[in-house]
Write a protein that binds this ligand. Structure first.
Ligand SMILES: [Zn+2]
Length: 56
């Protein structure tokens, strides 16, 4: 899958620590560089739920 649009990346923050995401090009997921949680993106929709995230 492609990276999420920049407009979306600009507004999305980690629900756990409110830090903006980095795009993980290897797994195509949203990676929080602060608390190290990685959130899945399914069909272009970020799943910003802590219980769906995995710890790096
Ligand atoms: Zn975080």
């Amino acid at each position: 899958m492609e990276e999420l649009p920049a407009e979306l990346m600009d507004v999305l923050v980690c629900p756990s620590c409110r830090t903006k995401f980095a795009w993980d090009y290897e797994s195509n997921e949203l990676a929080c560089t602060s608390c190290r949680l990685t959130y899945p993106v399914r069909d272009g929709i970020p799943i910003l739920l802590v219980d769906q995230a995995r710890q790096d």
